[in-house]
Design a protein around this ligand. Structure first.
Ligand SMILES: Cc1cc2nc3c(=O)[nH]c(=O)nc-3n(C[C@H](O)[C@H](O)[C@H](O)COP(=O)(O)OP(=O)(O)OC[C@H]3O[C@@H](n4cnc5c(N)ncnc54)[C@H](O)[C@@H]3O)c2cc1C
Length: 385
């Protein structure tokens, strides 16, 4: 049997690892534009100089060899689910089972978005933030994210807070915090509710404690060269870091896949694509699953989904009607450079704890997560000119 996995991020690579670990011996084809993995969670430490490109970008040569994968360099452009054929920039490919793990995309619908720094757009944008910050003597730094009420899971609030709190700490360490005014803005009305923090006003208090102005629940009208426009009012900004809401992968519009309003691929909680059970699966940010709004599109969720997907795929292959679903949980350390806030939520519990140790806990977790990738490359990732 031939399984094609599309995408070399959290979900795609975890699918491949789990298939082999569960004893699948057949053919696995990995289709992705590059044989590299970019590890976003550690990118929050680039502005502080803790991590560089080679700490985030890992070549997959060893992975491909170790897990006996046939790698095809290319991008999926369309899909015919009737003939089980996918169209790619490297030509057409036929599959027996298809795993879609191409992630989501940042919405770019706001006017003037070209004027802001988007930290979720790869290393180049992270470097640009770092360089701009180093050049500034003072001024206003604006940090924001947008959400979509149709799809509350499709936002990246936590990483934005990590850039905000991390840069606040960095400026204090550099003894130049007094030269800067920090502003946080979001169109989302209620911050704590999303994290499930029972203690009302937790985040607002954290922002106030750090002397950060907050503009919560304000419509984001767009951006100018040195401004953010909120509810029609201009907010001057010398550096704007913005994380837009996520939308589904653009290529999926050219397919006959069932899509949510925001373009994500509809699937059930077992990660089988609706109407295509037994042949097409999706894991990670590319999918739309029947889940509570607080289960976010995160790497941790993508990993859990990939593991469950494989169990169900193997079940389908053996003719069993397995219905494995993943544990619905939200676990995240919001790093602040000088510590962290551990946020945990599931159907019963919701916890937010702050400790200096959580910065080190996050670094330790990331170090161990990346251990295999790093070891395979003599301790480093890839540096490309
Ligand atoms: C700054 C930042 C910090 C974050 N921190 C955390 C954190 O601390 N913890 C956490 O759990 N999550 C975190 N996340 C979220 C996490 O990175 C994502 O949820 C995760 O990467 C989603 O995994 P994925 O496999 O679905 O997609 P991705 O990791 O985005 O991978 C998608 C893959 O598909 C490939 N691809 C794209 N289009 C195509 C195509 N047309 N054809 C073929 N291949 C394609 C890409 O090249 C890539 O290899 C963070 C995100 C950001 C931006």
């Amino acid at each position: 049997m031939k399984i094609i996995v599309v995408g070399a991020g959290f979900a795609g690579l975890m699918t491949i690892k789990t298939l082999r670990r569960r004893g699948y011996q057949g053919s696995i084809v990995l289709l992705a534009p590059l044989a590299e993995m970019f590890y976003y969670p550690a990118s929050i430490w680039v502005p502080a100089g803790l991590y560089q490109r080679h700490d985030l970008n890992f070549p997959l040569d060893h992975f491909i060899q170790h897990y006996r994968v046939e790698y095809v360099a290319g991008s999926i452009t369309g899909l015919d689910v009737v003939t089980k054929r996918l169209y790619t920039t490297a030509g057409a490919m036929d599959y027996e089972r298809l795993v879609i793990a191409t992630g989501g995309e940042s919405a770019r619908n706001l006017p003037g978005i070209a004027h802001v720094f988007l930290p979720c757009e790869g290393y180049r944008s992270l470097l640009a933030i770092t360089e701009r910050l180093a050049l500034l003597q003072g001024g206003t730094l604006a940090f924001g994210f947008s959400g979509n009420e149709n799809d509350p899971a499709a936002i990246r609030g936590e990483p934005l807070f990590e850039f905000l709190f991390g840069i606040d700490t960095l400026l204090r360490r550099q003894k130049r915090r007094d030269n800067f005014h920090l502003v946080f803005f979001t169109s989302c009305p209620e911050l704590d509710a999303r994290w499930g923090i029972r203690e009302k006003g937790y985040l607002r208090r954290e922002l106030a404690r750090r002397g950060i102005q907050s503009c919560v629940g304000q419509r984001i009208d767009g951006f100018g060269e040195d401004q953010v426009i909120l509810d029609g009012c201009e907010l001057k900004s010398d550096l704007t870091i913005f994380i837009p809401e996520l939308v589904g992968p653009a290529w999926a519009k050219q397919s006959s896949l069932p899509l949510s309003e925001n373009g994500f691929i509809r699937a059930d909680a077992s990660c089988r694509v609706s109407g295509l059970e037994g042949s097409v699966y999706v894991a990670g940010d590319a999918g739309h699953y029947p889940l509570p709004a607080w289960v976010p599109k995160h790497g941790h969720t993508a990993d859990l989904q990939a593991q469950v997907l494989v169990k169900n795929l193997i079940g389908d292959r053996q003719g069993e009607q397995t219905q494995y679903t993943f544990h619905q949980e939200f676990v995240y350390i919001v790093d602040t450079l000088d510590g962290g806030i551990l946020v945990y939520r599931d159907s019963k519990r919701s916890i937010a704890l702050r400790s200096r140790l959580f910065h080190w806990a996050k670094r330790l977790f990331i170090w161990s997560y990346l251990f295999d990738y790093r070891r395979a490359n003599n301790g480093r990732g890839v540096i490309k000119k």
